[in-house]
Write a protein that binds this ligand. Structure first.
Ligand SMILES: *Cc1c(COP(=O)(O)O)cnc(C)c1O
Length: 430
């Protein structure tokens, strides 16, 4: 498949090139020049994620050096369950549980897929490949887990000091070996800026092969589309209707994957984004005026993004504001509403939600009766046990920790502290 930069459609790349580069040479993001077109009948009736994923991804991998490895990549990457759990309510609502991977958040899908691709692409290379990743909480742990101990590859994770939850921080810093974890004196936006500066700096790129595992990498977006493919097909077989989704959103990678799956032709209806109190996107949707701003700390910390990178892809697909707001909508949720929703979901639905998933639950309550007559899927982005300091006091009881997560939390911490400057990052890389 031919990919182009969002900023210049004559800057093209193959999928493998885009996976390696992360970002286009002009600073734009890679997107398909044209989207493939698939319909329900193109998919087998198997419910297995790797099977649906292979059908969906085949056109994106067509003519690429990785094409023949696609089957083994999806089986290696998607080796954990993705339950679509019906809530026992009168309305048709299901929870898409994306938190059964090694680090208990949906970032495991993209990270594991990307690692499987990169490991295959890098096999012939003599130079070390450095994966540079900025994280607002869950990405870094997932990327570190996925790349840990991969030969010829090192990972440098940047996270904002004091702005990730204690358990997230343990998952970011428990690796050692080929993983370096850096606690940056700044915000997530600073971390993201440092990654961009490192890529733009010729002295950094001269000494190493550099790649990014942020959601700017198209290798994160494609695997995320796969669970929308699988769940929308399951919903369609059960109800004969389109699946409508509410996606807890920050940097807009997860929701963009959903937009792409719909664009390819999957049975997907409304796409609703749930935000925390970072209102850059909701303000844009209501005013048509794009005004990025500093991120603000909330209980749904993995969504604390003031200048979401994937907006560039969304606006590339729908350049007109009027067209964009017909495709997606979004609502913001305050910390007080997150807390109240975690309590009511526990009481009324017997569901323990993480603070991010609670935003989706809250936004569902604001839908109209007509909207709620249709099947809805809340995207559950993380396991609640990653956020005990928020969830446990609200429920008045301790949460059971999944065994894979418990093991990571028991490992010793290895971390480098640094100011938010390119020079400091260069020193870490040296
Ligand atoms: C990353 C993350 C989000 C936000 O996803 P984006 O792709 O950045 O929009 C939401 N919830 C959790 C738990 C996350 O880790």
């Amino acid at each position: 498949m031919e990919l182009i930069s969002t900023r210049n459609d004559s800057l093209t790349a193959t999928l493998s090139e885009a996976l390696r580069r992360g970002i286009a040479p002009d600073g734009g993001l890679y997107v398909p020049r044209t989207f493939p077109s698939l319909s329900v009948g193109d998919f087998s009736t198997s419910d297995a994620l790797p099977v649906a994923a292979e059908t969906f991804l085949a056109p994106f991998f067509a003519d690429d050096p990785l094409a023949s490895a696609l089957g083994s990549i999806v089986h290696e990457a998607f080796n954990f369950p993705v339950p679509l759990v019906r809530l026992g309510t009168a309305e048709d609502v299901s929870l898409l549980e994306l938190f059964h991977g090694p680090t208990a958040a949906f970032k495991d899908f993209g990270a594991r897929f990307l690692a499987s691709c990169m490991a295959r692409l890098h096999r012939q290379s003599a130079r070390t490949l450095t994966i540079l990743v900025a994280t607002s909480g869950d990405t870094g742990g997932a990327v570190a887990a996925a790349f840990h101990n991969r030969p010829g590859i090192e990972v440098v994770v940047l996270y904002p000091k004091g702005l990730v939850s204690p358990r997230q921080e343990m998952q970011l810093t428990c690796w050692g070996g080929n993983v370096k974890s850096c606690s940056v004196e700044g915000t997530f936006d600073d971390c993201q800026r440092l990654v961009k500066e490192a890529f733009a700096d010729p002295t950094v790129a001269a000494h190493r092969e550099l790649s990014s595992a942020n959601s700017i990498n198209i290798g994160r977006l494609l695997p995320q589309a796969c669970y929308y493919v699988q769940s929308s097909l399951a919903n369609y077989r059960r109800t004969g209707e389109l699946a409508n989704y509410i996606v807890p959103s920050g940097n807009l990678g997860n929701v963009l994957s959903l937009v792409w799956a719909k664009r390819v032709g999957l049975p997907i209806g409304e796409i609703v984004m749930a935000f925390n109190d970072n209102r850059t996107v909701t303000d844009y949707l209501s005013t048509g005026h794009w005004q990025p701003r500093p991120s603000q700390a909330t209980l749904a910390s993995a969504m604390d993004v003031g200048n979401p990178s994937n907006m560039e892809r969304l606006r590339h697909l729908h350049p007109e504001w009027q067209a964009l707001i017909r495709q997606v909508s979004g609502r913001s949720v305050s910390d007080a509403q997150i807390k109240a929703r975690i309590q009511s979901a526990d009481r009324l639905l017997a569901q323990t939600l993480c603070p991010h998933t609670a935003c989706a639950a809250e936004v569902y309550e604001r839908l109209s009766q007509a909207q709620r007559a249709k099947p809805w899927i809340w995207v559950a982005t993380a396991h609640p046990a990653k956020f005990p300091e928020t969830v446990e006091p609200l429920l008045g009881r301790p949460l059971a920790v999944p065994p894979a997560l418990a093991r990571l939390l028991s490992l010793p911490r290895q971390v480098t502290e640094m100011p938010a400057t390119l020079d400091a990052l260069k020193a870490v890389l040296a």
